[in-house]
Design a protein around this ligand. Sequence first.
Ligand SMILES: *Cc1c(COP(=O)(O)O)cnc(C)c1O
Length: 365
Amino acid sequence: MRDGILTIDLASIQRNWHAMCRQLKPGTECGAVIKASAYGLGSERVAPSLYAAGCRSFFVATVDEGVSARAYLPRNATLYVLAGVGRGREADCLSRGLVPVLFTVEQLQRWRELAGSAPCAIKVDTGMTRLGLDLGVFERLCDERQLLLDCNPILFMSHLACADEPEHPLNSHQLQRFQWALEKMRTLCPEIRLSLANSSGICLGEDWQFDLVRPGAALYGVNPQPGASSIVEPVVELRLPIIQVRDVPRAGVSVGYSATYTLERPARLAVALGGYADGIHRIVGSDGFGILAGRRVPVVGRISMDSTIFDITEVPVEQLPPAGGGHIQVLGPSLDVDEVSARVGALGYETLTSLGDRYHRRYVE
Ligand SMILES: *Cc1c(COP(=O)(O)O)cnc(C)c1O
């Protein structure tokens, strides 16, 4: 079987990184989040491209991701591990020069014991209620001083919950709490650097940017300002090969599992390789469409694990690909990741990270 072709434009990712840099006030550094294999696009290709573009601070989710990333990122790239350091993983952080983001007292105590003077980052919770020290606990640690100082924190951070909704009151609440906490942190470590904003947070304005920003999604083509015209460009194109074309000569025939769809007229159907195991349910859903010969071709019937059925009746015969060939595009410049994801009620983030590993990946430099 021929595979679907996932084209990933590394030059677009580099231009998107520069586009985010242009949003920053002077002196703010632009990092890059490459967790989950660069949001599904392949961290081993994406990270070196970002490094070549000038990026020097990278964020992964886990120690394992950090260990892999160190193999293709030079030592002068700082690698932060967002999910902290689990018991027993300290040595891997130290040998690879990974900087764990610590957010529990227990992690801080372990880091003090095992890390010598190796640096860490510290994260407080300012309103997302996910990872981060409670502000009360943080205040107590500041009063006690020694534990925080012994851990050698070089970055102080928090994470925004609603940055993609600029009018949401939580944005300024979180900013205020972060400012309260950073005053305390700076009395202990005057030199510590500060980081609050993800992709959308960068667009909230200079007050949210501090010393280092952490864009992920925007680098990969997800619009950081939903509803406004995007400052970043699409990065991925996905084409599914047609593996069978069938002419259905009469109306009333049902299509696909559970016979959920019935043809209302004679039709020509194309079965394309790629199904929910490849993330297609997040892209076309059951009432989405792809593009063949410049025309929209709707999905009919349920999406299967490995295949999806399109109604190509409207494509003129002379424009059909030769028998045994042809592809249907399901992601691309005119089918961008935000638009298709919104149609199925998913986030662009979910769509990218669920693309799966069965595609032939083509990287364009
Ligand atoms: C994933 C993540 C980011 C990147 O967020 P985007 O919305 O993809 O830009 C930044 N910071 C933290 C802590 C994250 O977990």
